[in-house]
Design a protein around this ligand. Sequence first.
Ligand code: SAH
Length: 506
Amino acid sequence: MMDVKKNDRFTVVIEDISQDGSGIGKLDGYIWFIKDTVTGDVVEARAMKMKKSYGFARLEKVVKPSPNRIEPVCPVARQCGGCQLQAMSYQEQLRFKENKVYNNLLRIGGFYNLRRAAQAGEADREEGNVGRGSAEDAKAIDFLPIMGMDNPWRYRNKAQFPFGEDREGHVVTGFYAGRTHVIIPQEDCLLGVEENREILAVIKEHMRQFQIPPYNEQKQEGLVRHALIRKGFRTGELMVCLVINGRRLPGKEQLVERLCRLKGMASISYSINTERNNVIMGKEIVNLYGPEYITDYIGDIQYRISPLSFYQVNPVQTEKLYGTALEYAGLTGDETVWDLYCGIGTISLFLAEKARKVYGVEIIPEAIRDARENARINGIENVEFFVGKAEEVLPRWYEKNRSRADVIVVDPPRKGCDPVCLDTIVQMQPEKVVYVSCDSATLARDLRYLCDRGFEVEKVRCCDMFGWTGHVETVVLLTQKNSMSSSIYERSRTLFTGQEGAGKQQ
Ligand code: SAH
């Protein structure tokens, strides 16, 4: 096989999809990764880069399309770094994501007892996948069907458009090509809101009229670096924040006047970023119009979103994901709950309505400031937020207070939870742990860790928050394996000592 050299063309069948969404084909035992292909395609590809046992090739021609292949709707699907799965039907994407999580739980976590009744779009196909040993030695884990989007287009409430110049010196804006800072002109990304296009047109016209040059990264010259656009999906409110390489924006009154003609315009500002770096937003915001924030809702909770705030980009699916987390928490109103990696407190505030007390922990101080503000504007008083690392705040708190928790929710970044954090969770003996994850490999690792220390997985459910990309979110419910016996133990201790053990919090 290895007589294939760089730039050679060859024909291959796509047999599988890698974790990051590339098609996988095999020739004489050698593995090829080919982007923009779908399982079942027969393709002609060109060898680009070769390692010992695998290589990367570029799709040249689809010889025979897979039944799950679709014509990409986006005209720049292949150049743009945003989407990886534009050639895959949405149903197939959901299956791909479910399989990815399922396989990681199986292979990395060793959960052979997953029980999947049916897969996305195949309500009646019984998968022969109740793994070995499932019935005898472990209770089956319910692997529930993925929650897909009703409409997988225009779901993003936030976009950051970079500005630059084309060869002829015209201002262009769009998206970066994968792994580069080359701008692919595209003002109407189909994942974003329709208003983006109108707003960008106003900004470009303004730059033309006032002869404002876009920023040039190499030369570090020019003014306009990015435009941040956000929309409150429930409220219809729009935010525009221009990121500029300077302190002054020429003709700002005229820009405000023009933008305000657009329906829903609620907040206009600029952010000063004169640093030479990859960070989009500068820290200093100069407000030009409106209260410097827009408002939106997830469930009945109101959020104030400033240019620098974190906010979930797909609010519709977020509501489903966190709604599932809340359902799994099974709160009755009496519980003490921790929300670790709480961000701006989205889950904490969801939980607070149904719990006695919620504690949130998050490493970024600004996010905690927003979380407290969000609690305040919603009149929620039974939450308390801590700034710090979950693996430091939680052990310190437990050391001092020695009180356990009823439910602990975690929503960590991709690297998952620190073992110290997991150890403390084990010590605090919550009846339930709800794990929300954006990376099923670290999820599988952490679930195994908890299951080796007294927990068992009850249910797993995926949620698609980012259609056309390879990302998938998962919610998992864990319970104490011997919760019955531990409560008996608690009771018998009470009998012996005449007082409550290190049990419920006072
Ligand atoms: N549920 C949150 C989002 C969670 S994203 C919301 O809806 O707002 C993961 C969060 O974990 C990020 O906000 C990140 O800043 C935070 N984080 C990362 N490492 C952390 C750590 N070691 N301890 C606590 N928080 C951390």
